[in-house]
Every structure is written in C-alpha cells, then in structure tokens.
Design a protein around this ligand. Structure first.
Ligand code: AMP
Ligand code: MN
Ligand code: MN
Ligand code: MN
Length: 290
C-alpha cells in the first residue's frame, strides 16, 4: 500500500490492521481464518482484539507465524464510563498476565444473566426463544453478546441486517437492551499497562459524548496511562478520520488503524481495507520493531 496523492513517496507503507474479532468473541471466523483473510487482503501487521477475551491469541499467533504475517496480541475491553459503554483496545499485551486474565474473567461474568434478561424483553414484544437462538451463533459460551442476538433477529426475518437490528432493538430505549456495568476505565488501562501493553480508545466517533465529556474522558484516560486513539476505523466516516486525527494531536495521543472486522458480508470494512493514517499523526506503532 502507498500513500495516495504522494507521487514522490517511494517507501511502501505497511498495511497495519490492529482491530478485529474472531469466534472467541463475536466474530464469524476462527482466529486462523481471520489470519488467512488478513494475509490474503495484503495486511502486513495484524492484531486480534476479541472482546474481553484473550483465549484466541495462541491460535492466531501460530496461524500468523505460518503465514509469515506479523502478529500483535490484543484485546478490546468493555468499560462503563459516565453511564456509557466505551471500548478500550489493548495492544502488545502479554496475554498470560494473571491480573489481565482475572480482570477479563470478571468482566465476562454476568453476560449470561444479561442475555437471559435481553431474551425476556424480546419475548415480551413477541420474539420468543431469543436466548437459545442467539446461543446457536455463539462460539465462546462465556461471551454471548448483542451481536449474537442480532444474528438471530436477522435469521428469523425480524430484521434486514445488523444496522437494522441496532436501530430497532438492543439499544437504549428499545426492546432487548439491558444496561450492564462493565470494568472501569482505570481497571482496563491498568490491566493493559500491567500486561506490558498500550491502551487505545476504540472508535471514539461512536460514543454519545459532548465535546466536553470527551475531553474529560481523554484527560482521565491519559492520567491512567492511556496513550493512543483509533483514527482510522471501520466505524468512522471520512470526515471523522480528520476530526480524530486532529483530536489525537491536540491531546498528544498516538493514532491507531483497525478495521473492526467481524465477518464477511457483515462488516462494512474488510481486514486491511482502510486508508492509511494521515501523515500528520504519530502512529501507535511508531516505536515498535516492525
Ligand atoms: P455487547 O458487548 O454484548 O454489548 O455487544 C456489543 C457488540 O455489538 C459490538 O462489539 C458490536 O459488534 C455490536 N454493535 C453494537 N452496536 C452496534 C451498531 N450500532 N452497529 C453494528 N454493530 C453494533
Ligand atoms: Mn463486536
Ligand atoms: Mn468496539
Ligand atoms: Mn471491535
């Protein structure tokens, strides 16, 4: 991949994708299949970042090694901040770190009970059996998520596609939404840093924050030791690429790039298929040995 519109730029730019999911959380492909797809799409450096789960990393690392694809161990931690769910990506983690493993364990617990309550709500609006229906799509019984309910709602013809689901169901004020308390911002950043990793704010454009709230959030994130933010992500519009590149520079944060790929036919952006980071930002991988 080369920078567009830079005719003098002869150095190849590495295609680096630092955010995606496998069947160990709510992705549709096993880690080895994700690795193969990343390689086929021309990705040079790849991170698997399953939600609140690191059990897929061993398989991912081995598959990447066989494909001669540089691998970065990652995770995407769900947190609650000011009543909002926010995601914090950890990169370059030691996935065997006991504090991280225990912390993620505690974050995952409660998902089954929440899922049963989600199914009860759906039953009340005439959609029975959603718990078992969603469970059919689950690869990791510890990690039943809204995505699995979304797939069930599509399967039974209740919704057209994933965006349709998340406009009618599973969101605040709609059937199937059950508020949940995830980890705290401080815990997530500490677990990631304690495991030797870099903490990154995932898809900042997706949160319902005012500019002031986002500022308070980033100040706290930085105070706990967070150091990067996603700029190029499958969740951002072209305008948001620019908005968050500026924000990264204003806060002295490094910038990350990740598709947030969940599966073929489901995710808008495929592995490796984002524009490169704008030259104005410092990449999160600036001091990695690549
Ligand atoms: P959970 O962790 O169970 O709350 O589920 C969150 C997951 O649902 C995210 O990781 C996404 O994969 C998916 N999701 C949430 N909101 C949306 C949305 N608006 N569009 C598509 N997928 C979404
Ligand atoms: Mn997801
Ligand atoms: Mn996310
Ligand atoms: Mn994600």
């Amino acid at each position: 991949m080369t920078y567009p519109n830079q005719l003098n730029c002869v150095d190849p730019v590495l295609n680096i994708d630092l955010h995606c999911h496998s069947t160990f959380s709510d992705g549709l492909l096993a880690p080895a299949q994700v690795a193969a797809r990343a390689k086929a799409n021309g990705v040079d450096v790849w991170a698997l970042t399953d939600h609140d789960e690191v059990s897929g990393i061993a398989e991912a690392r081995e598959a990447a090694r066989e494909l001669d694809l540089q691998f970065v161990a990652g995770v995407e931690i769900s947190i609650t901040w000011a009543g909002e769910t926010v995601h914090i990506v950890g990169l370059q983690i030691d996935e065997t770190n006991p504090q991280l493993v225990l912390g993620l364990d505690s974050t995952r617990s409660g998902r089954e009970q929440r899922a049963r309550e989600m199914a009860d709500q759906l039953a009340m609006v005439g959609i029975p059996d959603a718990f078992d229906g969603a469970l059919n799509f689950v690869g990791n019984p510890d990690l039943i998520s809204r995505t699995h309910f979304a797939r069930y709602l599509i399967e039974i013809g209740e919704c057209r596609d994933v965006p349709d689901v998340f406009s009618k169901y599973l969101i605040e004020g709609r059937p199937g939404f059950v508020p949940h308390r995830w980890a705290t911002l401080q815990q997530a950043v500490q677990w990631i840093r304690g495991a030797g990793g870099v903490a990154v704010v995932a898809h900042p454009g997706r949160y319902d924050f005012t500019d002031m709230q986002l500022g308070v959030f980033l100040d706290e994130f930085i105070a706990y030791g967070g150091s990067a933010i996603e700029v190029m992500t499958g969740s951002h519009t072209v305008d948001q690429y620019d908005t968050y590149a500026r924000l990264a520079n204003r806060y002295g944060l490094r910038a990350s790039r990740g598709s947030d790929f969940h599966g073929p036919g489901e995710s808008r952006v495929d592995l490796g298929a984002l524009p490169p980071l704008p030259p104005s930002v410092t990449p999160v991988w600036a001091d990695w040995k690549l």
